[in-house]
Ligand binder design. Structure first.
Ligand code: DX5
Ligand code: ZN
Length: 228
């Protein structure tokens, strides 16, 4: 297992995004998580390809772009072009998920599929062998700073089991309400990519918050490795 921390810039000061990104990187960020919302699939509007392109200019780590938009097929190429290394799409938004995942991969980008809290793990069954990562939403998407939904922990476990059963080594990512208190349990449940917004950028020292979250996650990982 490898572990990656992906600070979500949604909770950063958008007027000082470059500084926020630099702080997270100094703290050990492995990826930058960029939340794209359209005010239609989710009740909030955030950023589009021009902002992703601007982030790409200053970032030293890969960009993990989470599309919370209706009809994501229309915009995938634009986000690829803007510099995304990973693109995730919601199963709830796509009637032809296999086509979309195949298309993302054809652009040389890692393809992830996302499950909302109310979406069953079973919906992954047929697509699991194709995906590069699976994102488990642990809040209803749309806003940063929401409370973690406790059931997400067992859902992570179930997704990991399903992936293992289909022979997939794709990592599980978790997004929403992750903090120092629950990150250890999530890593123990099988999370390899940890997204955190408020727990990093909602603090006075995002660099230190990134470092501490990563240390807690790595400590949990070591413990798991000792057990196996
Ligand atoms: C929620 C977004 C998340 C959000 C997480 O819709 O997908 O990435 O930024 O923020 P926190 O960690 O504050 O819940
Ligand atoms: Zn997200």
């Amino acid at each position: 297992m490898t572990l990656r921390i992906a600070p979500s810039i949604l909770s950063a000061d958008f007027a000082a995004l470059g500084e926020a990104i630099a702080a997270a990187e100094r703290g050990g960020a492995d990826l930058l998580h960029v939340d794209v919302m359209d005010g239609h699939f989710v009740p909030n509007i955030t950023v589009g390809p021009p902002v992703v392109r601007a982030i790409k200019r200053v970032a030293h780590v890969p960009l993990d772009v989470h599309l919370m938009i209706s009809d994501p097929d229309r915009y995938i190429e634009s986000f690829a072009d803007a510099g995304a290394s990973m693109i995730s799409v919601h199963v709830e938004a796509l009637p032809h998920l296999h086509r979309t995942v195949t298309f993302i991969k054809s652009l040389g980008i890692e393809a992830g599929v996302v499950l909302n809290p109310s979406t069953s793990v079973v919906s992954l069954e047929e697509i699991a062998p194709e995906v590069d990562f699976v994102l488990v939403m642990s809040v209803n998407p749309g806003f940063g700073g929401q409370a973690f939904i406790p059931r997400s922990e067992s859902k992570v476990r179930a997704v990991r089991e399903l992936l293992d059963r289909t022979g997939s080594a794709a990592p599980v990512e978790v997004d929403g309400g992750v903090d120092l208190h629950n990150v250890g349990r999530l890593v123990a449940a099988g999370v390899e990519i940890v997204v955190a917004g408020n727990a990093i950028f909602g603090t006075p020292d995002p660099e230190d918050a990134t470092r501490r979250l990563k240390a807690a996650a790595l400590a949990a990982l070591r413990l798991e490795e000792l057990k196996s």
